[in-house]
Ligand binder design. Structure first.
Ligand code: ADE
Length: 418
């Protein structure tokens, strides 16, 4: 078996982490049991480009249990848990191409190694596999049944590709499932972003002003959790509806230029480029902390920041202190890469459970239906969402009411009014 990981001797540590996470992944476990009996992915080659974490390891195990031969590469150079990669190789016989802190060339070498297996299914977090296939490895398309995409940024890229009629195979937008983005993006990102900031800096949140750039599901979750820790949140937005929601959620909404002198901590969660720029850095308080929790490391203009700095110093792991020419200094976390996976461990297993249940079922959907699918982006079905939510509720011991016959009739009628 070919693979490229940091150190196989870390496997024991990784195995413990994988087993710990598995205990909180009830829906995925249930799917895994069914998969191991019915083998819906038998004979299928699947290449996954995801954050290499304990939770992802359990997804890989589930897909393998379903009969697929899987290969995993990392979807970000800073998020790989090397001990998990080691255990996947040693204990579970799953090839991994991922090393934490790898350079750009190594990152793409790993993606290409995963694609060398000539997959039938691609599974992306950020659409890097799809992008590579559509640019440099088009010859692989003939083997591909379809794919799935985990994150908002990836889905945006894929919808852009589909809109130009250039998408070469069907993709399931896992991110857009209710049981994914309402939970993973909101509660997962909310908690893990805060976790990442705290692990990197050990700062007290209570009484601080946190500037949250973007009020999508991730921004909402982060603002909610930061307030829960006693911080004051200021939101910056470009979308008037989201801005209004933030106002009515009781938050202050300002432009980044207005917020810049007020914030102690800044976090971008927008999916867009250069949200915090030179003009903003120049107005910040001395010692401000700036980080990103969006998928790509483009949200902070660090090139611009470097231009107005005279020195950059690493003051703690994951903290770089930029000494500005104006005499102030700014702390940038994890080089502007997604903070929740760089300095923390990503979202907790209990929430990744639902995201990865969606991924497993998306793979099954593609295998069952690929002969009839069009080259477009597909949504997860309501039935799948309902199944995942019900299974999760059952696992956590929560019961819900059922509609009575009278209620069913009422909901399907139009005659009855006041
Ligand atoms: N994305 C965010 N958190 C994650 C995790 N724990 N595993 C894989 N992908 C993630």
């Amino acid at each position: 078996m070919k693979y490229d990981i940091k150190n196989i001797k870390l496997a024991m540590l990784g195995k413990r982490k994988i087993e710990w996470a598995e205990k909180q992944m009830d829906v995925l476990r249930e799917i895994g049991l069914r998969f191991s009996k019915t083998k819906p992915l038998k004979g299928v080659k699947l290449a996954a480009c995801l954050h290499v974490t304990a939770e992802t390891a359990n997804l890989m195990r589930t897909l393998k249990a379903g009969g697929a031969s899987v290969v995993l590469c990392a979807s970000n150079p800073l998020s790989t848990q090397d001990e998990v990669a080691a255990s996947l190789v040693k204990d579970f016989g799953i090839p991994v191409f991922a090393k934490n802190n790898i350079d750009r060339a190594g990152y793409y070498r790993h993606l290409n190694s995963a694609l060398d297996t000539k997959p039938n299914i691609t599974m992306d977090d950020g659409a890097d596999l799809v992008s590579l296939i559509h640019t440099k490895r088009k010859n692989l398309v003939k083997n591909i049944y379809g794919g799935s995409e985990e994150t908002t940024t990836g889905v945006i890229r894929l919808r852009a590709l589909a809109a130009e009629k250039k998408l070469l195979y069907p993709i399931v937008a896992v991110n857009d499932a209710a049981t994914k983005h309402f939970f993973d993006n909101r509660y997962g990102t909310g908690q893990s972003t805060l976790d990442g900031i705290i692990r990197a800096t050990n700062i007290l949140l209570a009484g601080k002003t946190v500037v949250v750039a973007g009020y999508g599901w991730c921004g909402r979750g982060f603002a909610l959790k930061a307030r829960g820790m006693g911080a004051k949140a200021i939101v910056t937005e470009v979308d008037p509806v989201k801005a209004l929601e933030a106002v009515m959620d009781g938050l202050e909404v300002k432009t980044m230029l207005q917020a810049a002198p007020l914030g102690d901590i800044f976090c971008t969660l927008t999916g867009d480029i250069h949200i915090i720029r030179k003009e903003h850095f120049l107005k910040m308080k001395n010692g401000a902390i700036v980080c990103n929790s969006g998928h790509f490391d483009v949200e902070l203009d660090l090139v611009g920041l470097k231009k107005i700095s005279k020195k950059v110093e690493t003051v703690r792991p994951f903290v770089q202190n930029y000494h500005l020419k104006n005499g102030k200094s700014i702390n940038v976390l994890a080089e502007g890469r997604l903070i929740n996976l760089a300095s923390a461990e990503g979202h907790p297993a209990s929430v990744m459970d639902m995201s990865f249940a969606n991924q497993s079922l998306a793979a099954e959907f593609v295998v069952k239906n690929y002969k009839h699918l069009e080259k477009r982006v597909y949504d997860v079905t309501d039935k799948t969402d309902q199944y995942i939510a019900r299974t999760k509720l059952r696992a956590i011991g929560v019961s819900v009411d059922k509609l009575t016959a009278e209620q069913v009739k009422y909901l399907s009628s139009w005659e009855m009014g006041t």
